[in-house]
Design a protein around this ligand. Sequence first.
Ligand code: NAD
Length: 351
Amino acid sequence: MKILVTGGAGFIGSAVVRRAITQRGYTIANLDALTYAANQANLDSIADNPDYSFHRADIRDLDALVKVFAETDPDAVMHLAAESHVDRSIEGPIAFVETNVMGTANMLQAARTHWEGLSDARRDAFRFHHISTDEVYGALGPSGFFTETTRYAPNSPYASSKASSDMLVRAWGKTFKLPVVISNCSNNYGPFQFPEKLIPVVILKALAGEAIPVYGDGSNVRDWLYVDDHAEALLTILERGKLGEIYNVGGDAEVSNLDLVKQICAIIDKELDRSTPSDSLIKFVTDRPGHDFRYAIDSAKIKSELGWTPSVTVEEGIAETVRWYLENREWWQAIQARGHKQDRIGLAVGV
Ligand code: NAD
């Protein structure tokens, strides 16, 4: 199978590309604009594989997309390219509309034209898989879970741009019969995550002995999904998911932000044999505007229909992730050397 993956130089996209090539033997064309969030080093392990090709293109540019479809002739699309950072969407929302909404509309149009020109057999087998977020469902109180039928109620510009893109995917499926599937997942973590998101920020701050900024009182709850478990879920959905369906993907791992930060600090203290506990570095900072209190995902559908389940607990995944950042300092030091630093959780300055 030839898959066109968009955003394959990003955090989740690169995990999908690596897995699709090494564990499935698929041919991957990676379409990416290489924004600040991309990192070609994420793909070093497969960059020379003959089944891998890279195509620099911007999803806001329909003509460029049409060209990449013609060059790569894919059997399926996994669309991950997006502006993905909530704090940045608060600082500059229009970029999120341009990339996540218009960019997805362009991808759908280019995919539709390509799909309509395929032979009958290839047209029947074609899939357009849109990778989205549980943030489209808004916030939960202390109880309950998001399911595939939860009403959309996005609160941040990022979440609303992803909700809009989900609606476009649905419409291209209903109106033009493009074979689409959507998945909505919880917060991902793991190796190769750009150091503007919560977990790498905490690890790098703790390693540097700098203040670890925690929004509000740290009581916000997130479900955490290990990135390789997510990549496996995405390939499973592409291979066996039902057309027109939505699949929620979660890690069965609800943790408050404060507990998560403390857990990371404890692992670092143990790994580095520190005598002063790293959690003394925690500093509570003014909460993010519109900060959703809790996200939690009910993954029963993907588990029962497709047999996918998370392979690691959050404790195992976090320990693995901290060790990866300790053992791969050159990866994040190269990003820091390019001028990226953080001033509070999630918010990157100096890029
Ligand atoms: P990321 O920010 O790490 O990577 C995004 C990639 O998209 C980058 O390689 C970037 O260069 C590329 N890109 C951005 N704008 C582009 C454009 N205009 N044209 C072409 N390429 C462009 O993102 P991620 O964390 O890997 O997330 C991937 C997808 O999964 C996104 O659609 C995101 O909304 C979704 N998602 C992420 C999470 C998470 O926890 N990270 C959770 C739920 C859903």
